[in-house]
Design a protein around this ligand. Sequence first.
Ligand code: SAM
Length: 201
Amino acid sequence: MSRSDRAPRRGAPPGRHPDLLRWNARYADEPPAFRPHPLVEAALDAGLPEGPVLELACGRSGSALALARRGRSVIAVDISDVALRQLGAEADRRGLRDRVHLVQADAQAFDTSGNRFALVLATLYWDPAAFRIGCAVVAPGGLIGWEALTAAQPRRFHVRHGELSAHLPGGFQVLSESLVQTGARVTTRLLARATAGSPLL
Ligand SMILES: C[S@@+](CC[C@H](N)C(=O)[O-])C[C@H]1O[C@@H](n2cnc3c(N)ncnc32)[C@H](O)[C@@H]1O
C-alpha cells in the first residue's frame, strides 16, 4: 500500500479503531481465497453504467480483483491494513494494481470527496452510516450491492431480512433482495438501482 493509498480522509484514525486489531489478527492467520462475491456477476448482468466502483469493508476482496479485471477502477476501503496489503499484493501479481486503489479508512465516516460510482459494494458487513454513505454516492443508473449477516435480534454487524431495502433513501429501485443460506450462515443480499441522482452528503 502506498502512503497516499493509506491516507484516511475523515473519521477516527484507523490505527486506533477498535476493529483494527481483531481483523488484522484474523487476516494474518487465515490464507486469502480472493473469491469474487456473487453480487459482482449479478451487478454486471443487471447492467452497469461506465465509471468506477467503491467497495466498503472490502477485506481481501476477490470482487475488487474481478471488477478490475473487467476494466473498472476500484476504490477498496477497509480498516485493516493487513487485508489491504494482501489485496494489493494479489492485485500486483495479477497486473491489476493500477486499477485497485487501496484506502485504509473507517467505512462509517468515509469521505468520497464528491465522487460518484457505477457500483457501490459491501459484503458481509453492516453499518447504517456506511450504508448511507454508500447510497449517497451511487451514480444515476448505478447500483448498490450489499450483503450482511442476519439475526432476529439486534446484534452488531447484523440486520433483519428486509432491513437493507428499508434503509434505502428515495430514488432507488430494488432489483432483488434475498435470504441466502451458506452452511450455517444466513445473510440478506440486496441489489438496487439508483433511478435518480441521490443528493451528495
Ligand atoms: C466479515 S469481513 C468481510 C470482508 C469482505 N467484504 C468479504 O466479503 O469477505 C468484515 C470486514 O469489515 C472490515 N471492517 C470492520 N469494521 C470496519 C470499519 N469501521 N471500516 C472499514 N472496514 C471495517 C474488516 O476489516 C473486514 O475486512
